[in-house]
Design a protein around this ligand. Structure first.
Ligand code: FAD
Ligand code: N01
Length: 559
């Protein structure tokens, strides 16, 4: 039991918490991390299912804050596997001697703002407590597993695995009848490997996904060698990009519907051959705002499904039609569709035959029972707000964050919430987060918070909080961007639609990594308008929409 007095208490030892700790220590603050797992890694600690790897090229999906680190680390593949990313984060922890300030196997249970001392009182489930000037969460957008509410799940007598909490020793499915529930990225990455091992694999699908190929390969050493000669410039380009990824594979500043058919097909084939989600997520000017334009791209991907899956009925079941492409992070595959050409793989459409119950040795739909030895839940996460809401966070007047957010998150910049002074959320809801290369967005948040803390220290200030008006304005800005986009036409975890009872509220800032950085920088440069420092603040005078419009190509503005 301890009661430590520190400047900052950080929750989580993933990409966010590790960098935040390093940055604050460098600046002379006392900081401590509390992490539920027994080691660093976050996402890459927990998600050890077979096939797990990143969807942004590794030389982009990595820290930029230390030149020596980025020069010395060698990725073995274009998209590194989970073990390699975990090794990288362990290397970072060792290189910067971070573990000595991390309490592992410790879960933060509560954080209460004390108005008298102007400090956060943080308690862990182990009974430790901290008093910290700043409470900084790096708890992850995708870190609370969404266990499905299927009748009888607890009666299943075989093995049950969740992709988001995979056993460290791995699982051998050889000779087993396996069922996978869910067809999101985690299933799309794991099922090709499970299909090779299992005697039989049944995949239960509720909503088909758009999937593009990774075209993974061993690292192109010549390319990366050249890139490392100007890594700094490349990192700047990432920060100045829409998605936080700078290796734009094809530059096509065109409106989709203006491209002649033969030219369109040729260009899309090139994108397909290059692989990866970046070339499809932001492929054309209007693909995210005009449904007809979006359909043209979706149709290209749909045709690819028909090419890859031999049985036309199965191909049709796997084809998404009800929602626009890229309204959820695109899935990237290595051999997913091809598994449906195997004799030992079966696809069950839950829309035609919903699961009625899970029994001791089978999954029973309203049409048929499927005998199963092992059940894999690839059912996603209570994303964006889920992990924050699991902590008893109380701000001014004892208000609970969870209560304040009962109808969805309310934040300023996705970074702070009114009534919760000196609390910061790295990649919080309503920030670019999951709509971007997250390492770039994490570094931006960490740097902004660190600069602010220095500003507070240099000016002898204690309490920092957004103004009510700025939070309202930010919420309206999020809504404007949402309504300009095709996101309202999809039911995704971005909107909480995957968790029964969650309010349908859009939780991602989609104005671009570049626009977000620019407006955040302007706020800092102007001395933090829109926030109160020790109770005094000027209203926000930063024009959020203007930042987005300035970076929007003219053709799109006109449209
Ligand atoms: P996390 O890595 O989620 O770490 C949060 C940590 O906080 C966890 O270790 C958790 O145990 C801890 N924690 C939470 N609550 C508490 C508590 N109360 N007390 C103590 N500890 C707590 N993004 C990309 O940009 N590109 C990708 O390729 C990519 N691939 C992904 C693949 C998978 C399988 C998943 C699930 C996500 C992926 N993401 C990807 C998103 C990924 O989550 C982020 O890129 C990034 O790793 C998040 O880092 P983080 O430190 O913010 O959060
Ligand atoms: O989760 P998901 P995920 N009965 O929510 C289904 C990142 N990530 O872990 O779509 C039956 O996408 C659910 O159906 P529906 C990435 O950002 C990246 O796969 O809600 N089915 C869906 O099919 C990603 O977007 C990588 O209708 C149920 C599936 O389960 C995010 O994490 C890899 C159900 C869940 O899919 C989440 O991905 C992995 C129920 N009761 C993750 N409940 C990379 O490739 C849910 N489903 C880098």
């Amino acid at each position: 039991m301890s009661n430590r007095q520190i400047d900052a208490l950080i929750v989580g030892a993933g990409f966010s918490g590790l960098y935040m700790l390093h940055k604050l220590r460098e600046l002379g603050f006392t900081a401590h991390v509390v992490e539920a797992a027994d080691d660093v890694g976050g996402t890459w600690y927990w998600n050890r299912y077979p096939g797990a790897r990143c969807d942004i090229e590794s030389f982009e999906y990595s820290y930029s804050f230390d030149e020596e680190l980025q020069q010395e680390w060698e990725w073995s593949e274009r998209y590194a596997t989970q073990p390699e990313i975990l090794r990288y984060l362990q290397h970072v922890a060792e290189r910067f001697d971070l573990r000595r300030d991390i309490a592992f196997e410790t879960r933060v249970a509560s954080a209460h703002w004390d108005e008298d001392t102007k400090r956060w009182k943080v308690k862990t489930e182990n009974g430790d407590s901290f008093e910290a000037r700043y409470f900084i969460t790096g708890v992850g957008c995708l870190s609370s597993f969404n266990s499905p509410d299927i009748p009888g799940l607890e009666n299943f007598a075989g093995e049950v695995y969740s992709t988001g909490q995979w056993p460290h020793e791995g699982v051998d499915f050889t000779g087993k009848k396996v069922a996978v529930i869910g067809t999101g990225s985690s299933a799309i990455q794991s099922t090709p490997i499970i299909a090779e091992q299992a005697d039989h694999l049944t995949i239960f699908q509720r909503t088909p996904n758009y999937v593009v190929p990774a075209q993974n390969h061993p690292t192109d050493k010549e390319f990366v060698g050249k890139l490392k000669q100007k890594y700094g410039e490349f990192r700047e380009a990432q920060r100045a990009s829409l998605l936080g990824a700078a290796r734009v594979l094809l530059q096509t500043p065109k409106m989709v519907l203006s491209i002649p058919e033969d030219e369109f097909q040729e260009e899309m084939e090139q994108r397909w051959a290059m692989g990866g989600l970046v070339g499809f997520m932001a492929s054309h000017l209007d693909s995210g705002t005009d449904r007809d334009a979006n359909e043209r791209i979706a149709d290209f991907v749909r045709a690819k499904i028909r090419d890859r899956v031999e049985d036309p009925d199965t191909a049709e079941l796997l084809t998404p039609r009800s929602y626009p492409i890229a309204t959820k992070r695109l899935c990237v595959d290595i051999g997913y569709y091809e598994i449906f050409n195997r004799d030992n793989v079966e696809l069950v459409d839950l829309n035609a035959a919903p699961i009625e119950a899970i029994e001791a040795n089978c999954v029973r739909t309203n049409r048929q029972s499927y005998e199963v030895d092992a059940l894999v839940l690839a059912t996603g996460f209570d994303a964006m707000t889920g992990t924050l809401n699991r902590i008893d966070i109380r701000g001014l007047g004892g208000e609970k964050l969870k209560d304040k957010w009962a109808d969805g998150p309310h934040t300023h910049l996705g970074l702070m919430s009114v009534g919760f002074p000196n609390m910061f959320m790295i990649t919080g809801p309503q920030s670019p987060s999951v709509g971007s290369n997250m390492v770039v967005s994490i570094e931006q948040h960490v740097d902004w918070i660190a600069d602010l803390l220095v500003h507070m220290r240099e000016n002898g200030k204690e309490v920092f909080e957004p103004l009510v008006e700025s939070e309202k304005e930010w919420g309206e800005h999020i809504d404007i961007l949402f309504n300009m986009s095709l996101h309202p036409q999809a039911d995704t975890w971005y909107l909480g639609s995957n968790v029964p009872g969650k309010p349908r509220v859009f939780t991602v800032y989609i104005g671009g990594v570049h626009a977000y950085r620019n407006l955040s920088d302007e706020i800092a440069e102007k001395g933090y308008p829109g926030f109160a420092i020790d109770g005094e603040g000027k209203p926000n005078d930063v024009d959020f929409e203007d930042h987005v419009m300035r970076l929007m190509p003219e053709e799109l503005q006109a449209a």
